[in-house]
Design a binder for this molecule. Structure first.
Ligand SMILES: Nc1ncnc2c1ncn2[C@@H]1O[C@H](COP(=O)(O)OP(=O)(O)O)[C@@H](O)[C@H]1O
Ligand SMILES: O=C(O)[C@H](O)[C@@H](O)[C@H](O)[C@H](O)COP(=O)(O)O
Length: 229
């Protein structure tokens, strides 16, 4: 069970990584983000875990623009994946760069946050994405990592229609996957084995906790600043 533990500044705000279990089904809409902060939500995990499904929900609930990671691959990378060939690091660096640029463009254009899908399979890829916001004080990145078994992923990819990614790619995705490390405090794991409403409830709770923790962290930062004037 995730608990939010706030500290003196936003950047020190810690959220315990770990799987969520949840009983209620709140809407995220009631949780207005802190006006001084903008959030980049990266929905992560291997093919078929539900990134697109969850990100669409979050984008709608939070009223934020949505960047679909699949659309930022080069044609060559899509052709590779469609042919059942796993991407390499070299294939992915530009993709990650395009995603970073696209997310920052949305922020620069005035969006109060962004929802982004990106498998972010390896720690180095996540660190690369993190570099986009690390020097921007009012923008904070979060990873929502969707966790599922190989069997579930294969079943969901196999049942999905009209996508270049075949079920034969799940194994290579899992072979490369580096699940959240204990020090990745900006990453929260959500178990997606349930049906959509259950997953949505888990995601809502994750977002609620993060927004609450961020708001408290930001308030403490402002109070600290004011007290030192
Ligand atoms: N919680 C769920 N229960 C059942 N099916 C789901 C669930 N989430 C997603 N799906 C279905 O599984 C398939 C893969 O989901 P998708 O969102 O495309 O995953 P990803 O973007 O991570 O590849 C889609 O056909 C989607 O409709
Ligand atoms: O890094 C990769 O190997 C790809 O980005 C992959 O992880 C991603 O999942 C594809 O874009 C397939 O799309 P779906 O994840 O939507 O199936």
């Amino acid at each position: 069970m995730l608990t939010a533990e706030t500290t003196s500044t936003l950047h020190e705000t810690q959220l315990n990584p770990g799987s969520y279990t949840i009983e209620t089904s709140p809407s995220i809409k009631q949780y207005a983000p802190h006006p001084a902060l903008r959030h980049v939500w990266v929905v992560a995990g291997p093919a078929g875990c539900g990134k697109t499904t969850v990100a669409s929900y979050m984008s709608c609930e939070l009223d934020l623009p949505y960047l679909e990671g699949d659309e930022y691959h080069t044609q060559a990378s899509v052709a590779k994946m469609a042919a059942g060939i796993a991407l390499t690091d070299a294939d992915r660096w530009d993709w990650l760069r395009f995603l970073r640029i696209a997310a920052l463009e949305k922020i620069q254009q005035g969006a109060h946050g962004v929802v982004l899908t990106c498998s972010s399979l390896k720690r180095t890829y996540r660190d690369d994405l993190r570099s986009a916001t690390e020097n921007i004080q009012d923008v904070v990145m979060h990873f929502i990592y969707l966790s599922a078994t190989e069997e579930l992923l294969i079943n969901r990819v196999a049942a999905r229609k009209g996508h270049y990614m075949g079920a034969n790619m799940v194994r290579s995705q899992l072979a490369e996957l580096e699940p959240p490390a204990p020090d990745e405090a900006d990453m929260v794991t959500v178990d997606v084995s349930g049906m959509a409403p259950e997953v949505q409830a888990l995601v809502s709770k994750v977002v609620e906790d993060i927004l609450n923790a961020s708001a408290v962290g930001e308030m403490k930062r402002v109070q600290k600043e004011n007290s030192s004037l």
